[in-house]
Design a protein around this ligand. Sequence first.
Ligand SMILES: Cc1cc2nc3c(=O)[nH]c(=O)nc-3n(C[C@H](O)[C@H](O)[C@H](O)COP(=O)(O)OP(=O)(O)OC[C@H]3O[C@@H](n4cnc5c(N)ncnc54)[C@H](O)[C@@H]3O)c2cc1C
Length: 436
Amino acid sequence: MNMQSNSETDVVIIGAGVVGASIALELQRSGRTVLVVDKGESVGGGSTSASSALIRFNYSTRSGVVAAWESFHRWKAWEEHLGYVDGPVAQFHPLSMILLEPPNFDRSSYLEHFNELGIPFEELGENDLSEKYPMFNTGRFWPPCLPNDEHFFEDAEEKLGGFFVPSGGFIDDPQLAAQNLMDAARHFGAKVSLRTSVVAIEKDQDKVVGVRLDNGEIIKSSIVINAAGPWSSYINDLAGVSETMGMSTRGMRQEVHALPASEEFNFIDNPVMVGDLDLGFYTRPQPGGTLIVGGVEADCDPAVWIDDPDSDSPTPSIESWESLVWRLAKRVPEVSVPNRPTGLASHYDVTPDWTPIYDRTDLEGFYVACGTSGNQFKNAPLIGHLMNELISACESGHDHDADPVQVHCSLVNETVDLGTFSRNRKPVAGTGTVLG
Ligand SMILES: Cc1cc2nc3c(=O)[nH]c(=O)nc-3n(C[C@H](O)[C@H](O)[C@H](O)COP(=O)(O)OP(=O)(O)OC[C@H]3O[C@@H](n4cnc5c(N)ncnc54)[C@H](O)[C@@H]3O)c2cc1C
């Protein structure tokens, strides 16, 4: 193949979000030369910058729980994890979590993993929940509906219990977290090219040999990683691997709204994050006196699929605002509802089973870290390690498809089975929501 190459590197990572930055750090630190290209203006400026950045552990697979539990420990030692810091760093804020479940919700899969891994939790009966959190209306309102539904303002006839997890938290500035990872990667030698779009994947028969950029330049590389977030399906199409993957990815519009915290539920008093599957939202307090609220794929909130995130409006909509904020106000009656949206709109990169894909592909040297399904910011400290182990094994000839790579997580002394995140897995039987 006749390729006009302007430069060469061991690895090209497409995407400088938190996923690409995490991979850049670990690959560069392990001795490979890394170039990260991103079409945006800044590191972490894609969907990462919109993240609610919640850190929790309830996932449907054991490896999902292990990854979140290991990452939690890495966030707590963030500067040590980075190995290099220059300037401000993203802050981890500890917060407990309560999960309010719909009728007949099967929490046994979480509980089994929590018990095995020693993750503390408490099951709160209906009286415990209302005593511990008197600012919440603990009525069962299921199924979630919109404020214009005739049943919306009806009182509940039953009360809810909950599932309480004392550990967890959030990161105050998700974009800064991505920048911290990338600054460390650069310190160890990685190169980053912003305002640079990948427009083609160069191949020689069934091997990747580089990428072509929008300025016509070709970067030669035998390893290319798709970390393009909500744009990942386009990159997989460019590589010609979409048809050979059992799992697909697709952009989904998501809005997160902010409103003033109430006197009794805020960052100082009763700080707790809530996953409310009964009313179909999640919320957490922010430092500075606000609450943020997002959706959890309730049937009353239609899914908005977006094939080209660049064509979508970043302005939050009145419909989503009213729907989410009024449902929050049902649970927290003291909250006051402003009359116009203040929030953001961005995109998840969703797989059919809401579980990410961290895998090789049928195109040799082309790897994917995508389909993060609105729930992988929390795993950013670990994703680079997972991909580094995967790539090292595959590049030395290991047949990962037949014998999935097992990755040791040193802080919790547990193992992630990378087969869980395979492109060709049997779909995970999970919640079918952002909770995974
Ligand atoms: C509203 C919202 C709330 C969320 N809340 C949480 C949460 O509470 N907890 C949690 O764990 N997760 C959460 N997530 C999910 C989490 O934020 C994402 O999983 C994560 O940030 C994805 O990072 P990424 O690097 O894959 O994608 P991105 O940050 O989107 O980065 C992808 C990058 O690829 C670049 N790119 C795309 N195409 C090209 C191209 N052709 N050439 C060059 N560059 C390209 C883009 O410019 C972009 O910068 C949330 C996500 C959203 C949208």
